[in-house]
Structure formats: C-alpha cells, structure tokens
Design a protein around this ligand. Structure first.
Ligand SMILES: Cc1cc2nc3c(=O)[nH]c(=O)nc-3n(C[C@H](O)[C@H](O)[C@H](O)COP(=O)(O)OP(=O)(O)OC[C@H]3O[C@@H](n4cnc5c(N)ncnc54)[C@H](O)[C@@H]3O)c2cc1C
Length: 438
C-alpha cells in the first residue's frame, strides 16, 4: 500500500472492505478521476466472504456493464422454486420461469466473483491493498480523516465504510449499536460437488441453466428461518438462515439444523452421492428499515451490510450493497466538486438512497420481519406442515373413504390451533398485506 499512496500517505478516498459494496464505491470514485484506495483484510477479495449464491444482474450491470461476457458466472437462474416442507414430505408450491427475463439473476461463487470485480476495479485505476486490516478510523475534531492499519496510518478526505455486517468502524463512530440477536440471522451453508449433468437431471434443467430453491418449514419447526439451494456449475449450495435469537432461546446449533435440512427427502435426493467441498457460516443483518444506522458523518459514509441494507424477504443483499456503494461513490465525487466533506454535504448519499429502491423497499417491508418473527411458529412451522398433510390426504388412494380423513384433518387442525391463535395469524396476514400495499 505504501507505494500506492503519495508520500504523506494521503489519497482522496479510502474504501474499507472489498465486498460488493466497497468495490462498487471504489470503482465509481476512480471513474470520476479521484485517487482511491480499496483496503481489504483478506488475502484476496472474497476470501472472507460467504453468502447464499445469487447476484442480481441489474446491479452487476450498473457497476460492470460487460459482466455477462467476462465475469465468473456459474449459472443464470432459470427457475425460482418455493417449497413447503414438513417433517418428511414436501409441497412444491410455486416454480416460476420467465423466458423473457432469464438473466435476471445468476449464481456466482463469491471467492471468484469478488476477485474478478477487484481486478476490473484495478484496471480502472483503483489502488488495491489486500491483507490490510483496518484497526480504527482516525478522527480530527470529530471528522474522519483516515484509517489506522497494522502497518501505518493513511489519510483521505473521505472514508467509505464497507466492512460488512459487524462493522466495527461504524460502531467506533457511534453510527450504530452492537447488533442485537433479534436483528440478525445466522447463515450456514455447505457446497456439495456433483456432476453438472446430475444437477441438471435432478432439478430438471437444461445445459447450464440454474435454479434457486427457497425452502419454508421443515427442520425450522416454527423458528424464524428459511432454507435455500442454489446451483453452481458442478456443485450445489445447500444452506439456511435462522434467527440468532431463536437459536439462542431454543439452544439449537445451526449445523444441527442444516443436517436435518439435508436429511429431508426433498434435499437428500438432490445431493445424494455428492462430495462435501466446504462449510461456511456468516451473519445477515435483519433489522431492516427500523434499525438503520446513521448513514454518514463528517468525512465518512457507511454502505452495504455495514449499513444493514438487506431485504431478507427477497434475499437481496448484494444488489443493495453494490448500488449503495455506487451512491456513496457518486456522493464523494460531488463532495470533491464542492470541496466540502462535511456531513452537510454527505447527506446527499442518504437522499440518493431514499429516492432509490433501496430505502423504498426497506420501508415497504419495515414491519414484515417483525410480524413474521412474532408468528413464525405458524407461518414457518404449523401451516407448511398442515398444507403438506392436506396434500398427503388429497393424493392418497388407499381404499379408505375420504370424508372421515378430511374430518380428522379439520378436527386436528383446530385442536392444535386455538381460535385466538388463528385470529392472531389472520390479523398478522392482513397487517402484512396492508403494510406492503399502503
Ligand atoms: C447465508 C447468506 C446467504 C445470502 N444470500 C444472498 C443471496 O443469495 N443474494 C444476495 O444478494 N445476498 C445474499 N446475502 C447477503 C449478501 O451476502 C450481503 O448483503 C453482501 O455480501 C454485502 O456486501 P458488503 O460488501 O456490504 O459486505 P461483505 O460482502 O461482508 O464485505 C465486507 C468486506 O470487508 C472486509 N473487512 C471487514 N472488516 C475489515 C477491516 N477492518 N479492514 C479491512 N477489511 C475489512 C471483509 O473481509 C469483506 O471482504 C446472503 C448472506 C448470507 C450470510
């Protein structure tokens, strides 16, 4: 890094963290002709990063318009499937395919994708400093003026904080609190190697087509969580995200849940004969609009997961990260035009977010997670179970008359669910719909 910055260790902008948010911020600043250093603690970009598997093309294109031809894409997502699981059986509820929009999303491996993005950014003039851990921000009269690394101090007019969900740097500035267990989901994932033709045959895909499968119910038994399956070229990612609070109160280990998920017949049939390549875990901010940190201060802006910008209902995090990074980069360029790096100027970043899908969507969904968490035992446990039970009866021809089976089903349904609980679920459902539409 020493050779990359001027003698007094000063550049225009420093970006901390080379995930999707940081690289997008850095490349935007470099395109505007300013000197920017992108600092990453990992040995290479992506080495410390884990996620489910999907990146959205609209955001990737906005940052790297040529990505489709050159980036390390595993598979474009041809099919989006939502599956309701019970203990052993499953109801494939919806599979959506749109031939007009087959390139809406793609699966990529972060170690490859993040590395590729950094290589593009370097070509466009970003100075990249891997294996550099930022210990803290340097402040002068309350304004952020630089970073302290293990090696040396470096200075800039603006620091963009893109250090991910735990963001020690945003905490240092008191822009956000420690993340609370109820506002965070723990994600765990295994990658399982399988021949491409087996993946395609098991998921009814054609050559190089990909699938995203979201799993509701099953091993979560009412905890706030979802499972997922994404297809790489020659492996399948199986994982889940589950509320840290639920894991704590129910004293369940996330890998135990993952083992249960993998042994569900719907999943075990898909991964049978595969070879485990890797296991990883990472947190996802969950708080949404109601838990947003302060997004800017004198000399600094916070982007991506560090700013808790994730829409969990739609599994959107990388696009929020990339576009928030871009907006912070644009704001930095505007600040240089005005030669003003104060919070007064950097509030433009928040204005941009407010006018974009990012804060509009988070606002739309601001109560969804809260409502679903409260009634997760119903929506993520009881109902998926009962829907499967219903279909089990509906499809079973065993020589017994149907009427008494349906009567038993109805009796059990109400025996285990009091009217007041049903009322609460219904109210929650109405609140969800009204909250989204209003
Ligand atoms: C299980 C799981 C599944 C997910 N699935 C999806 C999905 O399918 N689609 C989707 O869009 N999103 C998904 N997400 C969310 C997505 O991964 C994040 O929203 C996205 O990675 C945020 O990008 P970021 O750049 O803000 O942070 P990160 O990707 O976390 O990058 C932060 C970077 O900062 C570096 N860093 C941290 N501290 C320092 C420091 N002090 N000094 C130097 N460097 C530092 C880290 O090494 C890292 O490279 C998922 C997340 C998880 C955990």
């Amino acid at each position: 890094m020493q050779e990359e910055v001027s003698k007094n260790n000063k550049v225009d902008v420093i970006v901390v963290g080379a995930g999707p948010a940081g690289v997008s911020a850095a490349v935007t600043v470099a395109r505007g002709g300013k000197k920017v250093v992108l600092v990453e603690r990992g040995t290479f970009a992506g080495s410390k990063n884990m996620y489910g598997g999907i990146i959205y093309s609209h955001a990737a294109k906005e940052i790297f318009p040529n990505f489709e031809e050159e980036a390390p894409i595993e598979r474009f997502v041809k099919k989006h499937t939502y599956v309701l699981l019970s203990k052993d059986d499953s109801t494939t509820q919806i599979t959506y395919e749109n031939p007009q929009n087959e390139k809406n999303a793609f699966v990529a491996i972060r170690a490859n994708w993040d590395k590729w993005c950094v290589e593009q950014a370097k070509k466009e003039g970003v100075y990249y400093a891997p294996e550099t851990l930022v210990r803290e921000l340097i402040l002068e009269k309350g304004k952020v003026v630089g970073i302290r690394t293990d090696i040396e101090d470096y200075f800039a007019d603006i620091v963009i904080i893109a250090d991910g969900v735990n963001s020690l740097l945003a905490k240092q500035l008191n822009l956000r609190d420690d993340i609370k267990p109820k506002n965070v989901v723990l994600g765990v994932k295994e990658v399982i190697k399988l021949k491409p033709e087996i993946i395609e045959q098991r998921l009814s895909l054609k050559n190089q087509e990909g699938a995203a499968v979201e799993l509701v119910g099953g091993p979560f038994s009412g905890m706030f969580g979802l499972g997922f399956i994404y297809t790489n070229k020659d492996s399948i990612a199986v994982g889940l995200g589950v509320s840290l609070e639920d894991l704590k109160t129910k004293k369940i280990k996330p890998y135990e849940l993952l083992e249960k998920l993998k042994s569900h017949p719907f999943v075990s049939d898909l991964i049978e004969g595969g070879e485990l390549l890797e296991y990883s875990a990472h947190m996802i901010p969950e708080g949404g609009y109601n838990c947003l940190p302060v997004l800017y201060t004198d000399g600094a802006m916070v982007v991506g997961d560090a700013a808790m910008l994730v829409n969990n209902v739609h599994f959107e995090g990388t696009n929020f990260a990339m576009i928030s990074g871009k907006m912070a980069g644009e704001t930095a360029l505007a600040a240089f035009e005005e030669n003003d790096f104060s919070a007064n100027m950097l509030c433009l970043y928040k204005k941009k977010l407010l006018n974009s899908f990012i804060l509009k969507d988070l606002k739309t969904y601001k109560d969804v997670v809260k409502i679903l968490t409260k009634r997760s035992s119903s929506f993520m446990g009881y109902y998926p179970e009962k829907i499967n039970e219903f279909f089990g009866i509906f499809t079973c021809a065993d020589g017994l008359e149907k009427k008494s089976k349906f009567q038993n089903f109805a009796k059990n349904f109400f025996r285990k669910r009091s009217l007041s609980e049903l009322f609460l679920d219904m109210t929650a459902g109405i609140k969800l719909i009204l909250g989204i539409l209003k």
